[in-house]
Design a protein. Structure first.
Ligand SMILES: [Zn+2]
Length: 194
């Protein structure tokens, strides 16, 4: 069954509600909100029509399930692609797919606010510590510029850490390199290990 807009937004909101309270507070203070875009990427580019900032290029958006639009403080979701990918999944698998995408984008929104320029210098070094499939998903050099790598790594680790809470609690999952985990903890306020 094709995911109705309400169902998609509901799953996105549920993912946001599952974040630690301090992160939800920061997203609220930053004014982060969500939007569904059915005509991707044109609908995203159209959102920039009234802004002075340049819109992301169609190449940047190509194939993405979602994007964090810093200038608009909006996480936009590629509704058509998500609905297609979620088609035929069980409700639980669908929720988990959408939550993973949403947590990655909230990770971006938070990393932009929380990380400083010195931390961002370490992007490429930290990228090397990700597991091969995750490293390849980031596709640097190629899709991303050097200055974007840190936030991309943090968003990836953020989605992993949030998704891992039901399994690992707030502690470091074994497959996550200690140095990468330490970099994550430097950026994100994180509940102490129980
Ligand atoms: Zn990203």
């Amino acid at each position: 069954m094709r995911g109705a807009p309400d169902g998609l937004l509901g799953a996105i909101r549920a993912a946001r509600d599952a974040l630690p309270a301090s992160h939800r507070q920061l997203l609220h203070e930053t004014g982060v909100h969500e939007g569904l875009v059915w005509d991707w990427p044109d609908g995203v580019i159209a959102m920039y029509a009234t802004l002075r900032e340049p819109a992301p290029s169609p190449d940047d958006l190509d194939g993405a399930a979602a994007a964090w639009l810093r200038e608009r403080r909006t996480v936009v979701f590629n509704a058509t692609a998500l609905a297609q990918t979620a088609d035929g999944l069980t409700p639980a698998a669908r929720r988990s797919l959408i939550a993973g995408v949403a947590w990655h984008e909230y990770g971006h929104a938070l990393s932009v606010v929380l990380a400083g320029p010195e931390q961002r210098e370490r992007g490429v070094q930290l990228l090397e510590l990700l597991s091969p499939p995750m490293r390849e998903a980031i596709n640097y050099p190629g899709r991303y510029r050097k200055s974007q790598v840190f936030d991309e790594v943090m968003a990836t680790v953020y989605a992993l850490m949030i998704g891992g809470v039901p399994i690992n609690g707030y502690s470091r999952p074994e497959f996550l390199a200690p140095e990468l985990h330490a970099a994550f903890r430097e950026v994100f306020p994180w509940p102490s290990i129980p």
